[in-house]
Design a protein around this ligand. Sequence first.
Ligand code: ATP
Ligand code: PRP
Ligand code: NIO
Ligand code: MG
Length: 576
Amino acid sequence: MEANSNGPIDSGRVIAPPTNPMVTPLLTDLYQFTMAYAYWKAGKHKEQAVFDLYFRKNPFGGEYTIFAGLEECIRFIANFKLTEDDISFVRESLSSSCEDGFYDYLRGVDCSEVKVYAIPEGTVVFPKVPLIRVEGPIAVVQLLETPFLNLVNYASLVATNAARHRFVAGESKNLLEFGLRRAQGPDGGIGASRYCYLGGFHATSNVAAGKLFGIPLRGTHSHAFVSSFMGPDEIIDKSLHRSDGQSTCEDFVSLVQTWLSKIQDLRSVHSDLDSTYPCSLQRSKSLNGTFGETNQSELAAFTSYALAFPSNFLALVDTYDVMRSGIPNYCAVALALNDLGYKAAGIRLDSGDLAYLSCEARKIFCTIEKEFGVPWFGKTNITASNDLNEETLDALNKQGHEVDSFGIGTYVVTCYAQAALGCVFKLVEINNQPRIKLSEDVTKVSIPCKKRSYRLYGKEGYPLVDIMTGENEPPPKVGERTLCRHPFNESKRAYVVPQRVEELMKCFWPGSPGGVREDLPPLKDIRERCITQLKKMRPDHMRRLNPTPYKVSVSAELYDFIHFLWLNEAPVGELQ
Ligand SMILES: Nc1ncnc2c1ncn2[C@@H]1O[C@H](COP(=O)(O)OP(=O)(O)OP(=O)(O)O)[C@@H](O)[C@H]1O
Ligand SMILES: O=P(O)(O)OC[C@H]1O[C@H](OP(=O)(O)OP(=O)(O)O)[C@H](O)[C@@H]1O
Ligand SMILES: O=C(O)c1cccnc1
Ligand SMILES: [Mg+2]
């Protein structure tokens, strides 16, 4: 069970309210209330409706999407109730001709008669396949459309964005989400931290998200900290205990200076690197001449930071000059700390050519490891930040770099490459009658009926195709040939003999008190699900350039029915 500041999310039958208290029944479009009134006025409000929530196209030019936001939807409906205040406001907002009986009806509305089936959060999903199916009295379900879309659209978009960044960065790299200052408001910031973590980031700088969701917190320091120091005289208390507490170094500042001199005296290292250096870049300079005078105010800042956090010393090295000042200053402080039994945590680069600088820094760290016999120094952690995105990560990979962690803000949280996912909520059945929404644009035609969907896996363990069937059709069977048809293109079809069949949607809200429903898993488990699922995808669906589309299909029976209904509902044109 995951705890947060609201208590457990899903304890027994009690589900916590939405994370954001602004998520109330009024967080909807006015037309949901006007329609609810018109349904009520027509005596239609209790008719049983089925809506599908799905998207039409994968974002970011990719061929996969990560589904996120479900937990908040369930928390929303579990606590759905209009207050008297809400009802008064709706009354003021609707036409004065609306009858009082409607407001009495609204007073009693909750989601106890609503059923929600959904694909588990963190699953890799594809266009057209319902992520969520909502069943229940039409007036109530209509009120859920906007908040459900609001809760799923950005969550899934940013989780997908995070997963894509992780894919490009590579599994061995640490991804830190640094976007709060650039996010679209407080909810955008909190949501970004939560769903970037879900999508595979390792940590966030967002303290509130750490508290709310238990996401690991990470951070370095900013340029302001470095530039706030004028020189070493500012350091008053220069003493530092050894890490084992056995003794105290009374003048850590001098110890740092001693190490800086030793580094400056290193004259023996040249750019013709031996094979122990991990970096292959040939643009290196020798240390000779590189380490002249370093910036003393920067050194004071680093020393102060080390005195404050001796076990966790990290330095932003690009305030003045990375190679001539930041790196030697960092090394001096780190080596002084090493004398006292502390292992420094690394550097951050926030400007310049991150590939080149990371490689140069690595060479220096390797040199120091060798020259001074400090066994871990070559592996010093290098964090890079500064307007990173998929493209820059890809470029860094191509050039070769020595970055261990990436701090990514603006591009990941604002979903700069694509503003919205475009999830929709469409009526597919009313009173057991399938409904279809037609469009000139065939990709916008809805797939009618209350459906089931399955993921069919092939011999190699990869998912091959998702197939939607009518609710009462027999499911595809392992080892049996299943005809999978493109929903709208007659000629596109294939037989699939699945090695494994997975039903995608599960019941998350049963529509009757005490009914069986899936638990809401902790965020960590959702993240694990996402990471595991992505690893199981066939690589050609995942590549950045021209990925192969994953097939989404319907059964032969559903195909026939869609086209029967299409012909039935589309008026025949007449040419004169
Ligand atoms: N080796 C590289 N290959 C491709 N892109 C890189 C490389 N190194 C850095 N970048 C990217 O290039 C851009 C550099 O931006 P810009 O020129 O505005 O910053 P800067 O001058 O390095 O630093 P700042 O202006 O923040 O001090 C950033 O988006 C960064 O992520
Ligand atoms: O670049 P992003 O991906 O958005 O990541 C977050 C950025 O935020 C910080 O910069 P800051 O706000 O201090 O300003 P800066 O851009 O001038 O460094 C940090 O140094 C990163 O560069
Ligand atoms: O901790 C950091 O280094 C950090 C946090 C937010 C934004 N930029 C950097
Ligand atoms: Mg920046």
